[in-house]
Design a protein. Sequence first.
Length: 289
Amino acid sequence: MDGVKAALYVDFDNVFSGLLDIHPPAATAFAEHPGAWVRRLADEYLVDGPRRWLVLRCYMNSAGSARHPLRDHPRVPFAPFRRAFVAAGFEVVDCPALTPQKKNAADIKLAIDVIEALHGPVRYDEFVIASADSDFTPLLQRLRAADRRTTLLATFDAVEALTVLADRVVDSRQTQALLRDLVPRDPVATVVPMPTPADPATAGLETELARLVRERVARSDGPLHLATLGKELRTDLGDVVEQTPRWFGHGTLGRAIHELVPELHVQEHYVVDPARHTLPPGMTRPPRR
């Protein structure tokens, strides 16, 4: 049979939590429709050619859950998504919590399985690791030394030591492109609760937030990644942005920018100044307001 012999290993907690933090409807699409995005990944973001999946494995703490970006929203349990991965042909490896801090051994199990596959009877051409966990840096070093192609599928900015080792990095914007047509048509209404109005006491902080966003966008020659911008703003403004409700009543940074800095646009998890920025490939210019 033709095709690159490929093995896919999904660190579910890492990928789902990363998506949930930047775009909850995309996280739901990833978890509920793995078969659809896996089929697309077989033919997109390639290294040597179309992939033929010989291994599909998902590492999940079925009793675990992820924090929703809206602080007043309940945690999102993983258990309901297990069946979808099984139905999509994945072998689901249960990784229960081992410590009071809910730490599990998913990364260790994943790494051991990859090494066993590397030295097994089948010669896999490409290993696809769905995670941005820096702990996988030694694993990618071993795969490169063995002359195997590697693709890293990440939902937030991975450390440079990890990304430079991969032959292909599928970033958060590209990961969500795999989920096209799978996200609910009205995600705000169906998945994400509407934020409550901001407390009047935060009005001054909202003004400072808008000023900082404008300042960073003005210094940037291109669109700013929303997750990276959020980390910088948390450093500047402190823990107050995480207090309930988050981002001074707007729930997410994207909504805060939409309301407080209307001349900018949040598109595909980037903050765009339509008047100044050259858009990356695949990103369309937002319509005028």
